[in-house]
Design a protein around this ligand. Structure first.
Ligand code: PEP
Length: 251
């Protein structure tokens, strides 16, 4: 059975003290509640160790937002998957559209990052999604399929079992323009079919596929009620506990 997950992506927001305070406040807000999803917070690198030691990471998973495509060595400014894992983080967001667009991340680099994350015991939250132009020309399935094929189809079924996917139509990220629940369901079903053709139906059925793109407390319930939408990757609405909590509770 696949897990439902609500994961926050803070991007480049919050200083260290604000990040730790948020994590403690969220832990307090969740205490004693029975949740129908796992909760993850994606923090900047420098927050990882402090956040992971401030909370119970079995209750709130901690995630990096990136890791290096190299093991170690002379790569000034980079942070390796092993370093991320050593902080107590359990996840790493990889292939976010902002990394692809602003930092030139390609399917080839992402393939290396995924392998290193897995070797170090991290669960990648692997982002895929089309830009507006591709959606308008009806190419969204083709684009998403090739992103999956190029970065993940080299994995064994055993390795693939540790991947969480996040479908994030780029035109919906930070724009306030959410995919309709029908658009999300249609793409998630297509992604699951694509996975089934490569890794088998059982593996596809066990894969958590998150939706991301202007999800918030008002639309989360409807988005999450789709059979193939297993939760959300949340940007803007993950920055305040009072906005993030109702999304977690939408399940
Ligand atoms: C994201 O950056 O992954 C995201 C989904 O952002 P937002 O929720 O702000 O659209």
């Amino acid at each position: 059975m696949r897990k439902n997950i609500v994961a926050g992506n803070w991007k480049m927001n919050k200083n260290l003290q604000e990040g730790v305070a948020f994590a403690k406040e969220l832990e307090k807000a969740l205490a004693g509640k029975t949740l129908k999803c796992d909760v993850v917070i994606g923090t900047p690198f420098i927050h990882l160790a402090s956040v992971a030691s401030a909370i119970d990471t079995n209750k709130i998973g901690v995630s990096a937002q990136n890791c290096a495509d190299k093991v170690s060595g002379a790569y000034t400014g980079e942070v390796s998957a092993a370093m991320v894992a050593s902080t107590g983080a359990k996840y790493v967001i990889l292939g976010h559209s902002e990394r692809r667009a602003y930092y030139g991340e390609t399917d080839a680099t992402l393939k290396e990052k995924v392998l290193l994350a897995l070797e170090n015991g991290l669960k990648p939250i692997f982002c895929i999604g089309e830009v507006l132009e591709e959606r308008e020309s009806g190419k969204q399935n083709e684009v998403v399929k090739s992103q999956i094929e190029n970065a993940l189809f080299n994995l064994s079924a055993e390795q693939f079992a540790n991947i969480v996917l996040a479908y994030e139509p780029v035109w919906a990220i930070g724009t306030g323009k959410t995919a309709t629940p029908a658009q999300a369901q249609e793409m998630h079903a297509f992604i699951r079919e694509t996975l089934a053709a490569k890794f088998g139906k059982e593996a596809a059925d066990n894969t958590t596929i998150l939706y991301g793109g202007s999800a918030n407390a008002s639309n989360a319930k409807e988005l999450f009620s789709n059979p193939d939408v297993d939760g959300g990757l949340i940007g803007g609405a993950s920055l305040d506990v009072e906005k993030f909590l109702p999304i977690i509770e939408a399940f």
